[in-house]
Design a protein around this ligand. Sequence first.
Ligand SMILES: Nc1ncnc2c1ncn2[C@@H]1O[C@H](COP(=O)(O)OP(=O)(O)OP(=O)(O)O)[C@@H](O)[C@H]1O
Ligand SMILES: [Mg+2]
Length: 312
Amino acid sequence: MIPSNAPVIEIHSVSKQFGDRMAVDNLDLEVPARTCFGLLGPNGAGKTTTLRMIYGVTRPSSGTILVFGMDIGRNSRAVRARLGVTLQQNVLIEALSPKENLRVFGRYHLLHEPELSRRAEELINFLELRSHADIPVKRLSGGFQRRLAIALSLINGPELLILDEPTTGLDPAVRLALWSRIRELRASGTTVLVTTHYMDEAQRLCDRVAIVSAGKVIRSGAPAELIAGLAAETIELDCSIEEEAALLDGFAANAQCLRIGQRLMIYLENTSGLIDHIRHSDHGDRRPIIVRPTNLEDVYLSLTGTSLEGGS
Ligand SMILES: Nc1ncnc2c1ncn2[C@@H]1O[C@H](COP(=O)(O)OP(=O)(O)OP(=O)(O)O)[C@@H](O)[C@H]1O
Ligand SMILES: [Mg+2]
């Protein structure tokens, strides 16, 4: 086993270039053992490319990646035996049932009877696939297929689990159930590296996150730390660009703002002064105002922006 304080993944100055495009640009990252680590960022930020380099299917253009203390370039077989991966796109044998898929993947990982059947049964229960265990995969809904893909990545009892957008397209109940499975795995000592576009998911699930944009880490830390670094409270309201200066009069220096069309988000340690100011302005402003705790999505959007061209 890995000592509890040693990082499971160490990425040092890693770049990956596709033609003239820098998908990953001089990236440094450490994933501590027994944590759930979130890699967040816009479309095209380089998350999948980073994961592919970590499990050894894409070679970095430069830099080094150590997994379990081993250079992935030189020890990919030894490393892969100890990790599990759920890709962004499911890799399933469509003509076979979940049970049969699990058995095929188990044999690939050199599992033999009775361990093979025991492990397949355990994962069918763990991902709640029992009712669909014997139906060909091509007849399963997207949510069941996703659950099976995650089950397959657990067949070898991995010490490190890599999940590329595991919950995209899942209904809310299944997402919640999956989070609880991921927590169980982490509690039993598995290190989890996950990408997600759902910031509520990252906030609830991850011990640490790194926000990447254009192949670089632009901020990393525990979700609570990152949120505290922005502001405790958020005001949301509709206001035009012309109205903004008067609305924020006297408060602009302490507030960070984010505008999405007419919607203005104002981040402040304490919002009560500004709310009073808006309510008691000359016009007795009655516009609807939402006041809420700042969350990881606010941090993410304030760092990565809100345009559709943010990624690529
Ligand atoms: N095999 C490839 N050949 C050429 N360019 C590639 C290849 N794989 C990725 N890229 C480019 O590298 C950049 C990063 O892609 P990547 O798939 O890592 O992004 P991502 O952060 O996972 O995005 P998403 O959130 O959309 O999944 C993109 O500009 C993409 O077009
Ligand atoms: Mg991706």
